[in-house]
Design a protein around this ligand. Structure first.
Ligand code: KIV
Length: 267
């Protein structure tokens, strides 16, 4: 069995230039498949809201939604590190509330770590959570919980002021005790600069190949989520086509009385 992935192992991977792999899961079966394949990190992302619950943004996702799905994921995992994504308004109000909600992910749901969005303005929350012994992953660049403030899902860090802020934010998160940082939709050059400037691993999504690891939404990688396919997504298969084909064959065979056949019947 693969060795359990820990925060210590992740830092070692960065030092040894071994790339880190991360994918999302929201259910037991997917988590088990990813874990069996040796994925390092499984994120129960609040992308749950869009991919599984059908919302247009992640803003409506609640702590109870996240705990429910994280529990299912944790039941399917043996070696990967399970990271619970803190939903909108579960950590922004103050550090005490952030710690209480982060604790729920570990105590009730069986996660090993949590993730939250934001830089300097979230440092007190990261500090409080990390000091309580809960590993915290940061998330900079395109932070989907701030979609309305950003004016849409857009690449971040192209302007000079933004660049400096992102670099500063990454250093502040590291100082506050974050064990790694997701960089979403950040130009490759800036992501590389951030990756070199900090000693904790960066996980890129739309941030180029120089990050210490990569993360994708599993349904994007599998070609299941067609509503919007961002430029940074590589569809390794087109599962939605296979599903449609299988379902339409089933419908046809049931209508025509061809399923169930002899071998599927009890006598
Ligand atoms: O919610 C999510 O799936 C994420 C990843 C895209 C990093 O935050």
């Amino acid at each position: 069995m693969k060795e359990k992935v820990t925060v210590i192992r992740l830092v070692k991977m960065k030092q040894e230039a071994e790339k880190i792999t991360m994918l999302t899961a929201y259910d037991y079966l997917t988590a088990k498949l990813l874990d069996d394949m040796g994925i390092d990190l499984i994120l129960v992302g609040d992308s749950l809201g869009m991919v599984v619950l059908g919302y247009d943004t992640t803003l409506a996702v609640t702590m109870d939604d996240m705990i429910h799905h994280t529990k299912a994921v944790a039941r399917g995992v043996k070696s990967s590190m399970v990271i619970g994504d803190m939903p909108f308004m579960s950590y922004q109000v103050n550090a005490d509330e952030a710690l209480k909600n982060a604790g729920r992910f570990l105590q009730e749901a069986g996660a090993h770590a949590v993730k939250l969005e934001g830089g300097e303005e979230m440092a007190d929350k990261v500090d409080k959570i990390a000091k309580a012994g809960i590993p915290v992953m940061g998330h900079l660049g395109l932070t989907p919980q701030s979609v309305h403030q950003m004016g849409g899902f857009k690449v971040q860090g192209r302007e000079e002021g933004q660049k400096e802020k992102l670099l500063r934010d990454a250093k502040i998160l590291e100082e506050a005790g974050a064990f790694s940082i997701v960089l979403e939709c950040v130009p490759k050059g800036l992501a590389t600069e951030i990756t070199k400037a900090i000693s904790i691993p960066t996980l890129g999504i739309g941030a180029g190949c120089e990050c210490d690891g990569q993360v994708l939404v599993t349904q994007d990688l599998l070609g299941m989520y067609d509503k919007f396919v961002p430029k940074f997504v590589k569809q390794y298969t087109k599962l939605s086509d296979d599903i449609k084909k299988a379902v339409s064959n089933y419908i046809l065979e049931v209508k025509e009385g061809k399923f169930p056949a002899e071998e599927h019947e009890f006598h």
